[in-house]
Design a protein around this ligand. Structure first.
Ligand code: USQ
Length: 397
């Protein structure tokens, strides 16, 4: 298959591109390297030493039988270039990772909020409009988030995208399926909610074939392909904006920094290992919806855990101290989370279990590159509201 990976230089996009190329697909990455520029803006670096795009592609050519092409296009701004690329490459599938993906970064300032909305919503809409303009039958696979649902439930398991409802229409009971009500907790998560509606519209109006992957929090760094050469290594974010909770705890344990549990640590979230993420993307590509079918939604997660339980677990495994810090976010102190994830399991996904993989991540990644850590970048400084400033390290304005 010919597969375009928008955002193929990022944390999920890069290992997904390698995995698909390794399977023999013809892969073209489209990326404007915005994630690397944000590293410069924040003065933060990946814990792992990531190579330049050219070095990455050269290394892949050397260690595999396949080549990956690269196109530097800003999908959110360079619409004509995107259309020209699609006409020229004629992909069977486009995987859309080309969005700003950090909730704390999106909440830092009005500028960050506006950038995240402009970038993410325009990127998604440009892609959909460009596919319609070129008239090609391309399957779009989008990386969405579990955060579109919010993290509460009405005592039920969160279904895969759609909710069965019964409404009373003048005394007659009518059954319907609607998108599960959204409840985003950050501007970043809000952009994925807006994406969902764009997808629903284009699937209905233009019969585009679209799959939306509602992904949980990724943990881990390596996939079998990124391990083949150090120049292929994936990024590992640990800073207060881009570092996600479990990888942050792993890195903190490795350098002897007390694990930063926000508030009571009562938040329960969904998780998935990076190796399972690339497999899910493959399964999604192999199982597209038909033309005219509604958007296919998968819950791309394998386990749920409460943040303070994770901290205790890593504390036990790696001998780390746990510290409750004031929560910079506006989120409920405790939540239960129950999620349906049958679709990928039925397609053969065999999840990497947290208990089995954690120690390896601490030893092989976090400890190996611990000397690259900048401890000053660890505190989370992005506040959801001005009232939360008490006790939380202040962010740059
Ligand atoms: N947390 C801590 N301590 C930390 C960092 C985070 O207690 O040092 C807490 C947060 O307060 C939050 C939870 O851990 O309750 C998760 O935070 P996170 O930064 O790991 O995840 P989040 O901001 O939700 O975003 C990440 C990815 C995003 C993806 C999302 C999936 O950055 O791209 O969409 O996970 S989900 O969380 O399921 O919506």
């Amino acid at each position: 298959m010919k597969i375009a990976v928008l955002g193929g230089d990022g944390f999920c996009g890069w290992p997904a591109s390698l995995h698909l190329s390794d399977l023999g697909h013809e892969v073209a990455i489209v990326d404007n390297c915005s994630r690397r520029r944000i590293d410069d803006e924040l003065g933060a670096e990946s814990l792992t030493p990531i190579a330049s795009v050219d070095e990455r592609l050269d290394a892949w050519r050397e260690v595999s039988d396949n080549q990956i092409a690269f196109h530097n296009i800003n999908v959110a701004e360079d619409y004509d270039d995107l259309v020209a690329f699609l006409r020229d490459f004629q992909p069977d599938a486009v995987i859309h990772f080309a969005e700003q993906r950090a909730a704390p970064y999106s909440m830092k300032s009005p500028r960050n909020k506006r950038y995240t909305v402009d970038n993410n919503v325009n990127a998604t809409h440009n892609l959909l409009a460009a596919i319609v303009e070129t008239g090609q039958d391309i399957h779009v696979v989008h990386l969405g988030t579990m955060g579109v649902y919010g993290y509460g439930t009405a005592g039920m398991k969160i279904p895969e995208g759609y909710l069965d409802v019964k409404v009373d229409a003048d005394g007659t009971e009518v059954e319907q399926q609607i998108l599960y009500p959204s409840n985003p907790g950050s501007i970043y998560h809000m952009t994925k909610v807006l994406d969902q509606h764009l997808f629903a519209y284009y699937a209905k109006n233009d019969e585009l074939r679209i799959t939306d992957l509602h992904q949980g929090i990724i943990w881990g760094t390596h996939t079998p392909q990124t391990l083949r050469d150090e120049r292929l290594i994936n990024r590992f974010d640990y800073d207060g904006d881009y570092g996600t909770v479990l990888n942050r705890f792993l890195m903190q344990a490795a350098i002897g920094y007390p694990l930063t549990v926000h508030g009571t640590g009562g938040q329960t979230r969904a998780f998935i290992h990076i190796r399972d993420m690339v497999k899910c993307v493959q399964l999604a590509i192999e199982n597209p919806p038909a033309r005219g079918e509604r958007v296919k939604i998968f819950n791309q997660m394998t386990e749920t855990h409460r943040v303070r339980d994770l901290a205790e677990l890593i504390g036990r495994i790696a001998g780390a101290e746990v510290q409750m810090v004031p929560n910079p976010r506006k989120e409920s102190a405790e939540n239960e989370l129950h999620v349906v994830n049958d679709a990928f399991l039925d397609l053969g996904l065999e999840p990497t279990k947290l208990e089995e993989g954690l120690l390896m991540e601490v030893e092989d990644v976090a400890k190996k590159y611990a000397d690259r850590a900048d401890r000053t970048k660890i505190p989370a400084r992005s506040l959801w509201t001005a009232e939360q400033s008490e006790g939380v390290p202040q962010g740059e304005k």
